[in-house]
Ligand binder design. Structure first.
Ligand SMILES: Cc1ncc(COP(=O)(O)O)c(C=O)c1O
Length: 320
């Protein structure tokens, strides 16, 4: 269904690192969306007529799900806890593209029970709404925020296979895979799949470690997210640079890092990748003696830059 994504090299902190270009997998299912939604794209879902999901109004997954719903002829209701005035007045990026695909984006704070919902986690709100407001459970597909569900594992398993095949082809003996986490779904399943596939294929003498960092809520929160998906033996290694990152907060450090890595010729995305590279930089500085290879997984999402870049430029100016 998707071709194998290419691996390219780039210079980062005076070291050659490899980048797994999952962003090139598909224009509509860029990066980890192709992996997470592979299950829905490759199975028969004829009995479904309606998709319900939730998350941020600018999420990369919003756009990919809107394409999925359009392709399958499903009605698509997407719940958000808030839509900024700016995006309402200037719709673009994932938000505008999803609406163009027919997504019905519902701000829960504007619903009758909005006040009550404000105290609840968005996933719980949507679960409540699904139970009370939708009639036909059998024809409804509910995907939790960020695609955080067991269906994501089969597609992420293909990413694991591609990486293992690449490692064997290039006779790599020690590899650290790095990718920033939101819900932790991609890293948790990637680590589990790599560990299981190395055993099931009886591959010995290759040392692969999956490293990740939190971009939302800190390390403990990320561990909590992992525990909803996999058992502790499969938790990836969480690294940090001693700073707490607030998801979506615009900082000069993040903007500078994004500009630095984009000079490689590869466009990275602006929500997760700057944090990923800042933490990776810190990690490499901490372990200068480590001479194995690094593979950074580009998880796509550059369509969201259409919204994020103007916000950065308004805040910090056009520095390039
Ligand atoms: C570009 C990008 N990087 C990283 C992530 C985090 O992925 P996850 O929620 O599986 O941890 C996302 C969200 O799906 C994303 O769009």
């Amino acid at each position: 269904m998707f071709a194998i994504s290419p691996v390219q090299s780039m210079l980062f902190e005076e070291k050659t690192i490899f980048v797994k270009r999952d962003d090139l997998l598909h224009p509509d299912f860029s990066g980890n969306k192709a992996r997470k939604f592979y299950h829905f794209l490759s199975h028969d879902y004829d009995h479904i007529t309606q998709l319900v999901a939730s998350g941020s109004a600018q999420a990369n997954s919003l756009y990919s799900m809107s394409v999925l719903a359009k392709q399958q002829g499903w009605q698509f209701d997407y719940y958000v806890s808030h839509i900024s005035d700016f995006i309402l007045k200037n719709p673009n990026g994932n938000y505008a593209a999803a609406i163009a695909n027919g997504a019905n984006i519902i701000d829960v704070s504007q619903l009758n029970q909005g006040h009550q919902y404000q105290q609840m986690h968005l996933d719980d709100v949507v679960q409540h709404i699904v139970a009370s407001d939708y009639d036909n459970e059998k024809s409804l597909l509910h995907i939790p925020e960020g695609g955080r569900c067991e269906y994501a594992e089969s597609g992420v398993g293909i990413l694991a296979t591609e990486i293992i095949d690449w490692v064997i082809l290039h006779k790599i003996h020690a590899l650290k895979i790095f990718l920033p986490s939101g819900t932790g779904t991609t890293t948790a399943y990637l680590n589990k799949q790599i560990m299981q596939q190395l055993v099931s294929k009886n591959i010995k003498g290759i040392n692969i470690e999956v490293l990740t960092c939190s971009t939302v809520g800190g390390d403990d929160y990320l561990r909590q997210q992992f525990s909803q998906l996999v058992t502790p033996e499969y938790f990836p290694t969480i690294v940090n640079d001693g700073r707490k990152y607030h998801f979506g907060k615009l900082t000069q450090r993040c903007f500078d890092m994004w500009q630095t890595v984009c000079r490689s010729g590869i466009e990275f995305e602006l929500l997760y990748d700057p944090v990923g590279f800042l933490v990776l930089k810190h990690y490499l500085q901490q372990y200068p003696q480590w001479d194995g290879d690094i593979l950074y997984v580009h998880q796509g999402g550059v369509l969201g830059n259409q919204t994020m870049l103007p916000r950065y430029q308004r805040k910090f100016g056009h520095t390039e």
